[in-house]
Ligand binder design. Structure first.
Ligand code: BJW
Length: 244
């Protein structure tokens, strides 16, 4: 299932860059962004809740959704895919992990330096001044202690810019790598979906891991059709066998 040539390419790589998406957390029990929501949230489309317009129109609804998700994530654990990425990092000279996920599960698994492209579910930001503020858990609508404006979750919504430091690091890592992995993402949301094109221009080996090959799969060097919690541990094992 994993070709020898790919193991050689990863084994000989100077710098590997990995982009992860919601699929990597699916096996922990965190629903992906584009699968239908269940229970209380079944009638809401995440694409319509994750916008500044939705927050301005109904902050209570949007906060209820994010508080529900905070609780959900606090009740789950990193899975073998997250843990395999920690091990992969330790086997390579240079490794950059960029995630679109806001759930913090890579860090909880032990990844030391995660580029959080779409922010973090557990931080709060001031809706007026856009700065991160120490949030306080509350059932009320939280307000900025400095200016009194509403606080909002510290994530990146549609139509908003990617935090500059994360964007710069992610694009530099895509430009600099010799193997680029796109794992558990539908590759539909930009600018994250543009990283693979930057890596292509840099002549990196391009790899996707996804049980449902995406629209870009055919344009990549390798599309490994499977769950990240199965394919990544197998890849790490093959890499270690190859080295011994
Ligand atoms: C498994 C699995 C298993 C299942 N193992 N895999 C250029 C062209 C067109 C549009 C744009 C463009 N540039 C910008 C835009 C607009 C917009 C955009 O991209 N829209 C598209 C929908 C077309 N982008 C933006 O607005 C961005 N801002 C920006 O560019 O600012 C400047 C600008 C603004 C306006 C116009 C032009 C420029 C910001 C994007 C922010 C995205 N934010 C969200 C919400 C975060 C907060 C939250 O979580 O609530 O980020 S949206 C959502 O999508 C979330 C995710 O990080 C992101 C990506 O989703 P992901 O991770 O790919 O998840 P899914 O669910 O889509 O896919 C899961 C995959 O896993 C599937 O493929 C499964 O098969 C797979 N899977 N089980 C492995 N076990």
């Amino acid at each position: 299932m994993i070709p020898d040539e790919l193991i050689e390419a990863v084994g000989n790589a100077r710098h590997v860059t990995v982009l992860t998406g919601a699929g990597v957390s699916a096996e922990s029990g965190v629903p992906t962004f584009r699968e239908a929501q269940s229970g209380l949230w079944a009638r809401y489309d995440p694409m319509e809740l994750a916008t500044p317009e939705a927050f301005a129109a109904n902050p209570r609804l949007v906060w209820d959704w994010y508080r529900f998700r905070r609780e959900l994530v606090l009740g789950v654990e990193p899975n073998p895919g997250h843990r395999a990425l920690v091990e992969l990092e330790s086997l390579l000279p240079e490794f950059t992990l960029v995630t679109q996920n806001v759930d913090g599960l890579h860090a909880r698994a032990g990844s030391r330096d995660v580029v959080e492209f779409h922010g973090n579910l557990f931080t709060d930001r001031c809706f007026a001044e856009d700065k991160v503020v120490a949030g306080q858990e509350s059932t009320q609508l939280p307000f900025c202690p400095d200016c009194g404006a509403p606080l909002r979750p510290g994530v990146v919504w549609f139509g908003e810019s990617i935090p500059e430091a994360a964007r710069d690091r992610a694009f530099a890592a895509a430009r600099d790598c010799d193997v680029f992995f796109s794992i558990g993402t539908s590759s539909l949301v930009y600018p994250a979906a543009g990283l693979v094109e930057v890596a292509r221009d840099a002549e990196a080996t391009l790899v996707e891991i996804n049980p449902e090959p995406t629209e870009i799969a055919q344009t990549l060097h390798y599309a490994l059709a499977g769950a990240s919690g199965e394919v990544l541990p197998a890849l790490v094992k093959r890499l270690k066998d190859h080295r011994s």
